[in-house]
Ligand binder design. Structure first.
Ligand code: SF4
Length: 371
């Protein structure tokens, strides 16, 4: 049994109809319940919930502050490589794109870490394209101990791996793995993933199960909102979370909200997720999972991040470069996608303070528990 079995029992069109048919009375009922269930979550991401955004935000803010205090965790992505053996039609690293490919050497990695440390970060997200042979376990085994020696929280966003490999990386200091399904709608998934291992929908969908089995401390999931009906994608993310939390209850969970914008790599969103809807989704997730970490990246604008940072998110990236070597050398090519909030980490930290929160450069949970 894995999440794949539960996923197979869902009917996408039926979920879409259920969400769209939600009444305001059902939204009010969901808002009044002390703990939101999956049906209630679907009501809160429905069009009928749009007029209730303010009360959703008020509750979401209160729950977030109650669980996480007045803090905001800060992290930075470190792009190790832009090699990729997949063809995702929305991504600048897709294998057919004629860009310069590069994987950081040990010296370059050292310089990147120096530059990142100088910005003040202690939590780092390692990102690669997905190239199993050239940037696979041998590479991770080599670089992870070096990185762990300098950062207290090390997260990874790389190709899906086997459970035994996650176990091994945990021993080397890995704290968290992010693996986004991109789309839970199978034919949409097939349409956008044209070559490579990533075409295996089921293997990707079962990755969080393997992470749970391997006992990885924090598991991040999400979808690339906009590829298919975002409300149903959100319902599938919530279902996935609920399943994982019950089954692998020792792990913590986080959700991110990458969204497809018009003209991202030429792929138009079929179901655009605007900023108001994104806030609705963030608040619905907070009400569904008061203990969830919710992460807001620099792909969102500075004004949006400033506006919503107190209402639900618990971690933010800052000063991000999506280019291997982009912190030590700031020229422009090789990037995966452009970022929107280009403020320096210092300026983001000031904005966080101005909103009444304390920026936390170290993983707050470890800082509190002393592990
Ligand atoms: S989204 Fe990931 S797997 Fe797909 S082309 Fe980009 S880097 Fe490769």
């Amino acid at each position: 049994m894995s999440f794949y079995d539960l996923w197979q029992q869902q009917q996408w069109e039926h979920l879409a109809l259920t969400i769209n048919a939600t009444t305001e009375a059902e939204v009010r009922q969901a808002l009044a319940s002390p703990r939101l269930d999956w049906r209630g979550f679907m009501a809160l991401v429905s069009p009928a919930a749009a007029p209730y955004l303010e009360s959703m935000a008020t509750r979401s803010k209160a729950l977030t502050r109650q669980r996480f205090g007045n803090t905001m965790g800060l992290y930075v992505p470190l792009y190790l490589s832009n090699l990729c053996a997949n063809e995702c039609d929305y991504c600048g690293f897709a294998m057919s794109n004629r860009i310069k490919r590069h994987t950081l050497t040990d010296d370059e990695l050292g310089r990147e870490m120096d530059a990142i440390k100088a910005m003040g970060f202690d939590a780092i997200l390692l990102v690669t394209g997905e190239h199993q042979t050239k940037v696979g376990m041998d590479y991770f085994r080599r670089v992870l101990p070096k990185i762990k020696a300098r950062f207290s929280t090390v997260m990874m966003e790389v190709q899906p791996l086997q459970a035994q490999h996650y176990r091994e990386l945990r021993q080397l200091g890995l704290d968290a793995v992010m693996v986004y399904q991109e789309s839970y709608h199978r034919s949409t998934y097939a349409r956008h993933h044209l070559r490579g291992n990533k075409q295996d929908f089921r293997y990707r969908l079962e990755t969080p199960d393997r992470l749970g089995e391997a006992g990885v401390d924090k598991i991040g999931i999400g979808a690339l909102f906009g590829l298919a009906n975002w409300r149903v994608e959100a319902a599938m993310v919530a279902l996935h979370l609920d399943y994982l939390q019950r089954r692998y209850w020792r792990s913590r969970y986080s959700v991110s909200f990458p969204r497809l914008r018009p003209c991202t790599g030429g792929v138009e969103p079929v179901s655009p997720l605007g900023e108001r809807e994104l806030l609705q989704l963030i608040c619905a997730l907070r009400l569904f999972g008061p203990e969830l970490e919710l992460s807001l990246s620099t792909r969102e604008s500075a004004s949006f991040r400033d506006h919503v940072m107190t209402l639900g998110p618990t971690t933010m990236s800052a000063g991000s470069s999506t280019r291997p070597g982009g912190y030590a050398d700031t020229s422009e090519d090789l990037a995966q996608f452009s970022i929107d909030d280009a403020r320096s980490p210092k300026r983001v930290a000031s904005a966080i303070e101005a909103a009444g929160l304390t920026p936390v450069w170290k993983d707050w949970d470890r800082a509190l528990t002393g592990h």
